[in-house]
Ligand binder design. Sequence first.
Ligand code: FE2
Length: 374
Amino acid sequence: MQTLTEIKSQTQTDAFPILGTDFIEFYVGNAKQAAHYYQTAFGFELIAYKGPETGNREFCSYVLKQNKIRFVLTSSLFPDHEINKHFQKHGDGVKVLALWVEDAKSSYETALSRGAESAFEPIKLQDEHGEVILAGIKTYGETIHTLVERKNYSGIFLPGFVKKESLLKSVSTGLNYVDHCVGNVELGQMNRWVKFYQDVLGFKLLITFDDKDISTEFTALMSKVVSNGNGYIKFPINEPAEGRKKSQIEEYIDFYHGAGVQHIAIETDNILKTVDQLRKNGVDFLYVPDNYYDTVMDRVGHIDENIEEVKRLNILVDRDEDGYLLQIFTKPVQDRPTVFFEIIQRRGAKSFGKGNFKALFEAIEREQELRGNL
Ligand code: FE2
């Protein structure tokens, strides 16, 4: 009945080396207040800033950091600015998934020669801390990948940014690094974007989920996961599938007005502690009914965590051939039902929680129904 196909690549096929996720930039309506939210709710620390006070008269950007994760929150100061147009159309959303590379110019040229569309040509930014080279390629919707070469830079973030500390003393919630970033694309577009990552970046297809894997009584979606050679970058791509009611992917596309980033999964090495703190900080998670826990241990077997705590915090558990994982999903972090976060702890498992899809999607459907979008 289940049709999971895992394709294990024998060779490294990357078009160019990617060292990791460099930063994720959100275009938002009010970066100043969003920065406060990510500090108080998620425990990020404000480290850098760019705006009129630093000589940048078009927009403000706040850089937040927690362990290896860097978020940039940006708002425009002018109604006709492209940042504001992006915000008007999409609401708060992810504009840039930045990739840390060895050589931005040659990576950019390689990507273009393999079929990528340019978002912007290589530029060198300099200040007293050295230089950074950036270049951009387009991906689904209006999202871009900025290629970041920072080996000759020792500053706080990028040239043009100044150190900034918050008056608020934020407390880390134990979020470590970006595990995967998921894109939602329009009906019939999933294979096109999977092919883009294979052709342009040399990524391999890791897993395919069809609509039989990911369906409930009412709705369905399809998903394929691509990954780079070292596995640091994993991009699942979702598209809606025919169901009796409206797919959550369609709801996203309707409200985002196009393809875009659906969720960012962030790793923690102590999910019980992390989620307990996030809940105390007011982060709102999807609710899975208690009966989920009636059968979960039969399905996943022994776990080291206290199951009563797992249940109290409403965390989901799944197992694959390599181990198990614990995960939980926030509700959308803006009024539009678009971007949300996943918190994940891997105990060996390399997969994405397929055993939880049904419970998860039923939880999403309950929210869709409340919004009148099912
Ligand atoms: Fe995920």
